[in-house]
Design a protein around this ligand. Sequence first.
Ligand SMILES: CSCCC(=O)C(=O)COP(=O)(O)O
Ligand SMILES: [Mg+2]
Length: 228
Amino acid sequence: MIKAILTDIEGTITRISFVKDVLFPYAAEKLPAFIKAHQDDHDVAEHIASVKAHIEQPEADLETVISTLLHWIETDQKVTPLKQLQGLIWQTGYENGDFTGHLYPDAYAFLNAQKQAGRSLYVYSSGSVKAQHLIFQYSDYGDVRPLFSDYFDTKVGAKQEQSAYNTIIAALPFDASEVLFLSDVAAELEAAKAAGLRTLHLIRDGQDSTSEHPYINDFSEFSAEYLA
Ligand SMILES: CSCCC(=O)C(=O)COP(=O)(O)O
Ligand SMILES: [Mg+2]
């Protein structure tokens, strides 16, 4: 019996185009000035050091760090220092009202219904925990953070690695078999399944596809069989 739900964000409860066409371009535009202005802040300095370690250039100058980060945004690489920096940059955009966090209406209704039914809700996204807080604090439906009991990002590991799900389950008061993982990416579902979680694939926006996993096109198709 499913007692908790662990959800991905992009492509599962949030439209992919909100992330790719709104959040990523905003981060790319603001990133150079942000890095220059905040390079000595403790957190930012750590993320800059992490970029240099990642490219194995400990002596890299700031321009190299910035062009590396911009390349990672362009190619949608889920590298932890980039994802952490994006969260810091998006804060200003949300606070200024430049955008609100997109949530599919069916996802919002589903999450509310599951919470009311007594299930605990958790988030696991490549976006940093800070970015997750922001998208839910400034969502289209207002501040929906009270829906969620905890948040996980790539600090527990990459989403396509089984060990990341083992780490998450170890932090939850549930057995793996009591947790349903929702994602739009088959490789993430494979990793979660290997860790013993139940899985449900979201195949949204008219994509004509089938899956090795149980799948739905949106949460209006969700039924009790996925909770049994
Ligand atoms: C938390 S909103 C930004 C999402 C993001 O940066 C991203 O890379 C999406 O990855 P996900 O694991 O949610 O598909
Ligand atoms: Mg996703």
